[in-house]
Write a protein that binds this ligand. Structure first.
Ligand code: 57M
Length: 360
């Protein structure tokens, strides 16, 4: 919004010319998201506690989690506020990609909010049924995918780029639609699975948002895209501002979610953040690169698939407990050690994903 209000004044006040730069507006989106988090965080945590919105810790989880019973949850509400306000303030709000990624994030957040509300407030043991939850997610992702597939301005709507092979562009044709649905729903649930120890998911979201920021900036910048020989997607550069808000909101929430956590994000946070990252990947056609940038999310999900598959096929578990962060907890690792080591691997994977832009 400020872009539209203040940039036109640059003819009178030359300094306002700075509002045309995505990098400038992204930096201020990060700072605005941080300030919003610090302003509403303490208030929201107190209100969630007063309203009795406390986490019900499952009996079958690690013993070390018993002490977390009653921790305020649904803190994802503050994350969403810290994402939406800076994005609407600093981004070009006539950009269709901004509305697509905000819409996807908001609807997945509403699905998570409903699930949390049923579980935590109405004390439904399981919240939304698994099929109803996945159905709502798939329907939302389908609308997003159709918007993108039938986008008349997008010359690459069904194209898939392959890391390391600059010249290879896979045209999935109409199959791009179910593929995009799979990416968005998969990313949403991957973050959801990962959010099982203090600060792990939100820290990894911040790292993935930083990698996404570089990717979308390059994809939307004609010269950089040409130099790096990646698909030039006009208009996607504006998503850098959204990634900045995501980074700031992640750092801001981490301030309160760091071990020992004062608040959990709830499904309202995990589902929306994963959907936002998945939608970014689909818009920029960098699904494969972003699967590497969000590699820990992929590893956590694969650990569940392997565990359930092995148990069903062999009657034996592969891990002490899945997702894999619980395996290390049961191996005796301190929670903070697991979190920091997973972040380190996440940073390495994010750097590797960005290196594929050059190594092609
Ligand atoms: C999301 N939710 C946490 C919190 C957070 C199929 C199976 C893999 C499903 C999976 C599952 O239930 N996933 C749901 C994980 C929960 O966190 C809440 O949920 C929100 C995220 N959606 O914001 O509100 C617990 O995680 C802990 N937590 C923290 N710090 C945080 O910052 O300590 C969360 C955030 C919280 C708290 O204890 O209560 C969760 O773990 O449920 N199931 C599992 O993850 C379970 N694994 C399992 O059953 N494995 C089986 C099979 C199915 C693979 C096996 O290994 O054989 C584990 N989780 C629990 N109990 N709670 C282990 C058993």
């Amino acid at each position: 919004m400020l872009y539209h209000l203040l940039y036109p004044l640059h003819e009178t006040f030359a300094g306002f010319n700075v509002f045309r730069y995505i990098t400038f507006r992204t930096a201020y989106a990060i700072l605005t998201a941080l300030i919003i988090s610090f302003l509403i965080g303490p208030w929201l945590i107190r209100r969630l506690a007063v309203w009795g919105v406390g986490q019900q810790v499952r009996e079958d989880g690690p013993q070390t989690h018993r002490g977390k019973q009653g921790t305020p949850t649904m803190g994802g509400i503050m994350i969403l506020v810290a994402i939406f306000v800076p994005t609407l303030l600093w981004a070009d709000i006539t950009n269709r990609y901004i509305w697509i990624v905000l819409g996807s994030t908001a609807v997945f957040g509403a699905i998570g909010f409903l699930d949390d509300y049923l579980k935590v407030v109405r004390r439904h043991p399981r919240g939304l049924s698994a099929w109803r939850k996945i159905g709502l997610q798939a329907a939302t992702a389908l609308v997003v995918s159709l918007f993108l597939y039938f986008d008349p301005k997008d010359p690459y709507h069904s194209i898939l780029s392959i890391p390391f092979f600059k010249r290879w562009l896979l045209d999935l044709s109409w199959f791009y639609i179910p593929f995009a649905v799979f990416v968005i729903v998969g990313a949403s649930n991957a973050v959801n699975f990962t959010d099982g120890i203090d600060g792990l998911a939100i820290g990894l979201v911040g790292i993935a948002a930083a990698a996404n920021a570089v990717l979308v900036y390059v994809s939307g910048h004609a010269n950089f895209a040409r130099y790096l020989q990646v698909l030039y997607l006009p208009g996607t550069g504006e998503l850098t501002v959204f990634c900045g808000a995501l980074m700031g909101a992640a750092l801001g929430f981490l301030w309160f979610n760091a071990h020992p956590a004062q608040v959990f994000m709830g499904d309202v946070g995990s589902l929306s953040l994963g959907a936002g990252l998945g939608t970014l990947a689909v818009i920029t056609k960098h699904e494969a690169i972003l699967a590497v940038a969000g590699g820990i999310f992929v590893i956590e999900t694969l650990s569940v698939i392997i565990q359930v598959g092995s148990f069903k096929l062999r009657g034996k578990r592969v891990f002490r407990m899945a997702p894999v962060h619980h395996h290390f907890e049961l191996a005796g690792w301190a929670e903070s050690k697991i979190i920091v080591r997973f972040w380190i691997v996440g940073i390495i994977l994010a750097l590797l994903s960005l290196s594929t832009l050059k190594l092609r």
